[in-house]
Design a protein around this ligand. Structure first.
Ligand code: ADP
Ligand code: MG
Length: 464
């Protein structure tokens, strides 16, 4: 389920979905799952073991994108300043990440290529399980076979993502570590920081229900605007004012885009600072969120950097990681950047231009790139990265959206979820795990695949 645009709270409707699971190469699926814990560790190592390097890059990015990256970074600095001895009260930090891929079928074998690595507010872990269950139901009841009513797929071919429970387990693990560290452990609650008119709230609800049913952990949903009126701190511990329930984990499903702060910038940014300085475990911390910047993703495509940040990585693993990258160029004055500035004008149809933004609808595609760049001062180009387009194969499927069925050629994007609990202070990793997957599909004619934005739908894999 999802709320439609301009919804009334009683009027939920079905999210856009595919009727059938979409073919996805088994080997590529397995590779994407294999590299997840490596990616989890790679990104948190930037935050824990290469903080100076990361902060240096973020400082630069902040000057190019003062309005958003700059505000997040400034809030991080303020939080650090307000912390006793320049050390955060809560050393532990939680990441619920999602690495997104498309299939590149140019070579002999289809390979996964990374679209982006998400470190904040990763969505659709809830709906992914549900659509997987739906496809399984249709299969087991024989509804996919209109001759004999036999299951059309074998069970191994249409696995169901356990992302609801695995993401909830990630939060539960953080909650449990939080309580272990208390002198007098009290019952704790997980705070979901949410957007005021979230259409995708049912996706989040599944995680809440799993937290409660599997772990006995309650949760509350509060928007950034309401944080300071509904929460309070005593000795840095975070409590819900009304009940004085203690918050163990602050889980952001908001705060990743400038629009999340727009209604009242002063109030919302100070709420972010208020939460960051509390003793609750943040998922993610400001620095962890910032490590997911598109610029960082561009830098990490270099083998030297991967080896620097994952010094103990096995040769095989390194190969696997590197095989997921397409070329991403900076748009600065480095030799690579100069080449990119030429390519952007001479062969724009091969590229997508990305700003330092999350959440869909921000990228500039193909022939729109030259005019877009010409409208900016060249100094401002630094805030963008130029990425090779992945030419993913299309498949036929039926998309069910509102009251209509579309018979379309679709393109799919696989997201692999991962959870990592770590000490931001020492770099010690307490747990690092895979947490299921998501297949999102979109009409092959559309550039982007945002489900809530209306371009895409939730799907599941048929492994072959
Ligand atoms: P956002 O942070 O807004 O989600 P993404 O980098 O994920 O930005 O890009 C949004 C969408 O654009 C992706 O879901 C995908 O459909 C499309 N896209 C992005 N990069 C590429 C690429 N290199 N090749 C093909 N499609 C891409
Ligand atoms: Mg994306």
């Amino acid at each position: 389920m999802m709320y439609p645009p301009n919804f009334k709270s009683y009027g939920a409707s079905s999210a856009p979905i595919t009727l059938f699971p979409t073919p996805f190469p088994k080997q590529a699926f397995s590779n994407a799952n294999d590299v997840q814990v490596l990616f989890n560790e790679l990104y948190i190592n930037l935050v824990t073991k290469h903080k100076v390097w990361l902060v240096d890059i973020l400082k630069d990015l902040s000057t190019f994108d003062a309005d958003f990256t700059g505000k997040l970074f400034e809030t991080y600095l303020k939080a650090l300043e307000q912390s006793p001895g320049g050390k955060f009260i809560q050393p532990l930090s939680l990441g619920l990440f999602r690495s997104d891929y498309m299939i590149d079928s140019r070579g002999d074998v289809p390979e996964i290529k990374q679209i982006e690595f998400n470190t904040v507010s990763v969505s659709f872990g809830g709906l992914s399980t549900k659509v997987g269950q739906l496809h399984n139901y249709l299969n087991k009841t024989g509804l996919y076979d209109n001759t004999y009513s036999f299951p059309y797929y074998s069970e191994e071919e249409v696995p169901v993502s356990d992302s609801i429970n695995l993401l909830a387990s990630g939060l539960a693990e953080a909650d449990s570590k939080y309580r272990e560290a208390q002198e007098e452990p009290a019952a704790t609650t997980v705070l979901f920081v949410v957007q005021a008119n979230e259409r995708n709230c049912f996706d989040q609800r599944h995680i809440e229900y799993s937290l409660l049913n599997n772990h006995g952990i309650r949760s509350v949903r509060v928007s950034l605007e309401n944080i300071q009126s509904q929460l309070t701190q005593t000795n840095n511990k975070l409590y819900i004012k009304e009940t004085m329930d203690e918050i163990s984990v602050v889980y952001y499903r908001s705060g990743y885009s400038p629009s999340d702060y727009e209604s009242n910038p002063e109030l919302t940014w100070s709420a972010r600072l208020f939460l960051e300085t509390s003793a609750a475990i943040k998922c993610p911390s400001l620095l962890t969120q910032l490590s997911g910047a598109k610029k960082i993703q561009q830098i990490l495509t270099s083998p030297e950097y991967i080896q620097k940040f994952l010094p103990l990585i096995a040769e095989d693993d390194l190969k696997k990681l590197l095989s997921t990258f397409v070329t991403i160029y900076p748009l600065d004055n480095s030799p690579q950047g100069k080449l990119a500035k030429k390519l952007a004008f001479e062969e724009p149809e091969r590229f997508v231009l990305k700003p330092q933004r999350e959440g869909g609808g921000n990228n500039i595609y193909k022939e729109n790139i030259p005019a877009f760049l010409q409208n900016l001062k060249e100094e401002e180009w630094d805030a963008y990265i130029l990425m090779e387009l992945i030419d993913a194969p299309t498949h036929k499927n039926k998309i069910i959206r509102n009251d209509e069925i579309y018979n379309e050629d679709i393109i799919s994007e696989l997201g692999i979820f991962g959870t990592i609990l770590f000490s931001e202070e020492t770099g010690v990793v307490i747990s690092n795990k895979n947490a299921g997957w998501l297949l999102r599909s979109k009409f092959s004619s559309s550039n982007e695949g945002g489900v809530a934005a209306g371009f895409g739908c939730v799907d599941n894999v048929y492994l072959y």
